[in-house]
Design a protein around this ligand. Structure first.
Ligand SMILES: [Fe+2]
Length: 341
């Protein structure tokens, strides 16, 4: 359970990266009339290494290269992937959860069935990142080039959860290359005989996930980049929230248990979303805090989050003493990997 309003940790020293993303995405346009030219992204197996909550660090934002404010970064070729989440008509999807996970430079995933993440995985590599799209549908990840492991060609794993959906759709992207291991050995499994890639039988769909990486101009450290639009066959009904991630709402005073005062928050909700309530306990405290709430007017304040099963309106009740009457209600889209609490 986070005590921050922001769904994701964004260290101050990396804000430049997010700013650069905003600038880059501003130039993207793909009007809906091109929809007939769009190729739906292929859905392929999630694979066995989608990380468990225990396998991922607290820092699980869209930068997999640097954990928190660590000075040491992941080993490997720094790689950027940017693109947009589009619906079946070519329109950008706001509020989509995009997840990326893959092997480190040596081919080790963070995934582990033991306690904590796989100790063989680069300790400076996040192994997993996530991002919620804004209205442009754009996403961007900074990570490292995936390493090779036995039986697969080089690949990234992607999960996309669209607003209103309660399951993630999974895909994979590949490199337009002959995949060499670190020591120069060509692995037996290449793009041409990888069971996942060759299992994509539609030629256009297959081509859409084999990405061309190019050098990032202005850098001397070998950084590369590729773009990839994820095109869903599903057109979501967009939640009518003012901003992705949360909104501020005024509470209404009602009588609580034994006549004590409570505030009622009446909020529109969508199926599968998980809601949390934050309050600003003092005017001097800029950090809004998570508040316990009840689903009934006089019930026990026994929860910090609530997952809704049907679209509609619900009431959440908080103690009057817990805030100043204005609240921040945040929501997670269905399927979000909440990671370690
Ligand atoms: Fe994999």
């Amino acid at each position: 359970m986070s005590d921050k309003i922001q769904p994701f940790h964004i260290p101050v020293n990396r804000r430049r990266f997010f700013k650069s993303m905003a600038a880059a995405s501003a130039g993207f346009t793909l009007p809906g009339f091109l929809a007939e030219a769009l190729t739906l992204s292929p859905t392929v197996t999630q694979g066995p290494y989608y990380p468990l909550a225990d396998d991922i660090p607290l820092d699980k934002d869209n930068d997999l290269v640097q954990l928190g404010d660590n000075l040491t970064v992941s080993a490997g070729v720094v790689t950027y992937v940017s693109g947009r989440i589009l619906d079946s008509t070519g329109n950008p999807v706001r509020g989509a959860l995009v997840e990326l996970w893959h092997a480190d430079r040596e081919g080790d995933y963070s995934y582990s069935t033991g306690v904590g993440r796989n100790s063989a995985c680069d300790a400076n590599f996040a192994g997993f990142g996530q991002f919620i799209t804004g209205k442009s549908g754009a996403f961007k990840f900074r990570t490292v080039k995936a390493g090779l492991y036995n039986g697969r060609t080089r690949h990234y794993h992607w999960g996309v959860t669209l607003p209103g959906k309660t399951t993630r759709t999974t895909s994979q992207t590949f490199w337009n290359e002959t995949a060499y291991a670190l020591n120069g050995t060509v692995f037996a499994t290449q793009n041409s005989n990888d069971s996942v890639l060759t299992g994509i039988t539609d030629a256009a769909q297959k081509a859409s996930v084999i990405l061309n990486y190019t050098a990032v101009s202005g850098t001397t450290t070998g950084e590369v980049q590729a773009s990839w639009d994820y095109v869903s066959g599903f057109t979501p009904v967009e939640p009518d929230y003012p901003a992705p991630g949360g909104f501020v709402i005024a509470g209404e005073v009602v009588a609580g248990p034994s006549g004590a005062m409570r505030y009622r928050l009446r909020i529109p909700v969508f199926a599968g979303y998980t809601y949390e309530v934050y309050g600003n306990p003092t005017l001097a405290d800029l950090e809004w805090k998570a508040l316990p709430f009840s689903l009934t007017q006089t019930g026990t304040l026994d929860r910090n989050k609530h997952t809704v099963t049907a679209e509609g309106t619900i009431d959440l009740f908080v103690n009057a003493s817990a805030s100043k009457g204005f609240y921040k209600v945040t929501f997670r889209v269905p399927g979000a990997n909440t990671g370690t609490p």
